[in-house]
Design a protein around this ligand. Sequence first.
Ligand code: FMN
Length: 389
Amino acid sequence: MTTNALTIADLKEQARRRVPRMFFDYADSGSWTEGTYRSNESDYAKVLFRQRVAVDMTDRSLKSAMIGQDVSMPLAIAPTGLSGMQHPDGEMLGAQVATEMGIPFTLSTMSICSIEDVSEAIGGKPFWFQLYVMRDKDFVANLIDRAKAANCSALVITLDLQILGQRHKDLRNGLSAPPKFNLNSMLQLVTRPRWCFSMLGTKRRTFRNIVGHAKSVTDLSSLSAWTAEQFDPHLDWKDLEWIKERWGGKVILKGIMDPEDARLAADAGADAIIVSNHGGRQLDGAPSSISALPAIVDAVGDRMEVHMDGGIRSGQDALRALAFGAKGVYVGRPWLYGLGAGGKPGVKRALEIIRTELDTTMALCGERDVRNVGRHNLLDPDIFQSRRA
Ligand SMILES: Cc1cc2nc3c(=O)[nH]c(=O)nc-3n(C[C@H](O)[C@H](O)[C@H](O)COP(=O)(O)O)c2cc1C
């Protein structure tokens, strides 16, 4: 029962018990030594708040805006691939919860439910779409057009996955969507019968943004070959021009970890960037996102919005990032754990946990309006000073 969960860690344990190992591990893993994945989470503990007292705490507000769009709190669901394998129709359920709660949902290119599935699930209301730039430019152009037609209100372009960081667990578990039938996968599936039965109830079990849309991908056997060769290692800043032009709306560049790249993103005309190391799944040895954030805010925070993700497991973590100057934060694994633990109510529970913690922590810092939170709320705002450039 996800309603029993008091923390994101509780939801993670519930998801571990419900979801077959290959999909649970797909979420709970980082590249190579997983060092960056771990520091993404642990570095938050270094950031201490200033506790203030005897401040009127009534009438608090978490309402804010991200890229000019009103949000009930400055937190969005991050794009995550294969979410429909944590729970049937996962992306549709996540989008429904986000829409009901008044926060953005970002759909991954590598989702199980398609752009059109998600749009239909939320009655044509706006959501955000994350784009991977593939070699097949006709396919990319078509994805952009489909996102526009589905009323997507921001394009999140991921820049840190031109080549794949290796996650050992995925190789060992034989990850695939849907699972291939062999001894390894069968052993993982037989211990999760509830998941197996629930999956029989949906037709959405593979990459529906791709199958039937990309040239020569008509079935599953050609799909794995296609994805392996499709991420475009040529991608550079110039490629963004035609994408921006074709899209014609708000653009968020995801995967920025260096002030120099942040300046280039501002020069490229981004509306926002996401300080992100892909949840520790790409460059193992990169700094944690929270430690990279202050220098990037200092470098470009007056030119565009700076958002961030990575390691947020509580409202306290979210508030730390907002205090450093992030205008919005995203959660990846917390929503996936909620989804795996209990479908739609599980996602709702994950977001409610973070919202309540954020609200209470803000109050105990002596703030009533999340838009007023800043470095004055931190005991040592220069804790990551050595990272500044
Ligand atoms: C299972 C999983 C799949 C992901 N898939 C994508 C993806 O398809 N596109 C993308 O831009 N980022 C992807 N990410 C990265 C997330 O968008 C986000 O940067 C990261 O999860 C944030 O860290 P957190 O999980 O600690 O909150 C993925 C992350 C996870 C955990």
